[in-house]
Write a protein that binds this ligand. Sequence first.
Ligand SMILES: C[S@@+](CC[C@H](N)C(=O)[O-])C[C@H]1O[C@@H](n2cnc3c(N)ncnc32)[C@H](O)[C@@H]1O
Length: 228
Amino acid sequence: MQPWETLAEADAPDGARLELRRRGHEYLIRAGGWDLMSSRDDSSARALATIGCAGLTSRAGVRVLIGGLGMGYSLAAACELLGPDAQIEVAELVPAIVEWNQGPIAALAGRPLDDPRVRVHHGDVATRIEQVRDHFDAILLDVDNGPDPLAHDHNARLYGAAGLRAAHLALRSSGVHAVWSYSSAGSFARTLERAGFEASVHPVPNHGRDRGSTHAIWLGRRRAPKRR
Ligand SMILES: C[S@@+](CC[C@H](N)C(=O)[O-])C[C@H]1O[C@@H](n2cnc3c(N)ncnc32)[C@H](O)[C@@H]1O
């Protein structure tokens, strides 16, 4: 088997070490000592957008927030699905990830950063969520391993009561909060429900190294008009 070649390295603002590796046609991003994602399986990253944006494809003036960029597959899928006047923001914590998506891995997802509807928020997606009220029709979150984050400890706050409440406030009425997760295990549905969402879970097949297993997309639809 061909050995991995390290193409670039960078430090995330929280100190986690990131590495971009290539082996033949496969690319790998490692973060904090873990394999964060591989280009070998883009299906669940794309499913995050297809499931999260399912009700938005024929709606005008849609606003979607994606966090984070990774290899750009969720962003590319959202660009394919949404209308010409959609506003698609992608929040990315690590500047090097944005640079890699403009350079060595730009072609993997078809250069979605070049889409004129796309704007990059350089920084923490949690900050962007906290900045707005009644703003997004969908928030698509794939920043780590899911509700049990591995690479960046600070991401745990996105999945707790306060983080979900902030997402609820940032969404327009009947907006959708979609969360990629390594597995559907755990009690995240209950946490979503408690934060004011109608929760469902959508298993998506894993076509990568752990073929046969499933990842999951948690979906929270904003339930009631919020209290002010
Ligand atoms: C698993 S990858 C995302 C994969 C992406 N869905 C795709 O289609 O390629 C996780 C990304 O989230 C970024 N990230 C981690 N924590 C973040 C945060 N709090 N805010 C914004 N981006 C974050 C990482 O740097 C990485 O680029």
